[in-house]
Design a binder for this molecule. Structure first.
Ligand code: SF4
Ligand code: SF4
Length: 166
C-alpha cells in the first residue's frame, strides 16, 4: 500500500486506462457472457464499444487495483491477475475474501502473480482463486498460516465444493 500524500492522490485518481482485463475474466449475467471469455463488446486494450449503455454489473465493478491496492505495475493487464472482494455469511458472520481471476491461465505462478499472493497472505487475507478455464469454473482457497485452523473457512470451502463439513 502507498503511504505518502502524493502517492495517495495518484492512487485516488486511478483509471482503467488501457486495461480491459475484467471484460474477459468476469461473468456478465446481463449479456450471458461466461467468465474467462472476452466480451463481444470489448476492444481489448482500448475499452468498451457500448460504454454509455453498458450493463449495471460493468458500471459497478471495480477491481482492487483500481480501488488503490498495489503499485501500477500490478495493473491487471500487466500482472494478468484481477483482484476483487466477495463477502460470504457463514454462521451469521461476514467472511470477506479476496478473489483472484487469472487473465491468462498460470498467471499466478509467474513472478508478478506470486508477489501478489505473498503480499496478500502476509496481510492475512484469505484468497479465493478461480480457474476460469473450466465450465463451470472451479475455485480453491489459499489460506494464510495464521488462519489455517479457521473452522469458518473450512465450512465455506466444504459448502462451495458441495461436501458436508466435518
Ligand atoms: S480489471 Fe480493474 S483496471 Fe482493469 S478494466 Fe477492470 S476495473 Fe479497470
Ligand atoms: S459491456 Fe463493456 S464494460 Fe461490460 S464486459 Fe463488455 S466490454 Fe466490458
Amino acid at each position: 500500500m502507498t503511504t505518502d500524500a502524493s502517492s495517495e492522490a495518484a492512487v485516488a485518481q486511478r483509471q482503467c486506462g488501457g486495461c480491459t482485463a475484467c471484460c474477459k475474466t468476469h461473468e456478465i449475467r446481463e449479456l450471458a457472457k461466461p467468465p474467462g471469455q472476452w466480451c463481444p463488446h470489448c476492444r481489448p486494450g482500448r475499452g468498451c464499444a457500448i460504454y454509455e449503455s453498458r450493463p449495471e454489473e460493468c458500471r459497478t465493478f471495480g477491481c482492487l487495483w483500481l480501488a488503490g491496492y498495489g503499485p501500477d505495475r500490478i495493473r491487471p493487464d500487466r500482472s494478468r491477475v484481477v483482484l476483487g472482494t466477495v463477502t460470504f455469511t457463514v454462521r451469521g458472520k461476514p467472511l470477506e475474501l479476496v478473489t483472484m481471476n487469472e487473465l491468462s491461465p498460470g498467471a499466478l505462478a509467474q513472478p508478478a502473480g506470486q508477489e501478489i499472493v505473498q503480499q496478500l497472505l502476509g496481510n492475512g487475507a484469505v484468497l479465493l482463486q478461480w480457474f476460469l478455464q473450466y465450465s463451470p469454473p472451479r475455485a480453491k482457497f489459499i489460506i494464510p498460516p495464521a488462519r489455517q485452523r479457521d473452522a469458518t473457512i473450512a465450512e465455506l470451502d466444504a459448502a462451495m465444493h458441495g461436501r458436508q463439513s466435518a
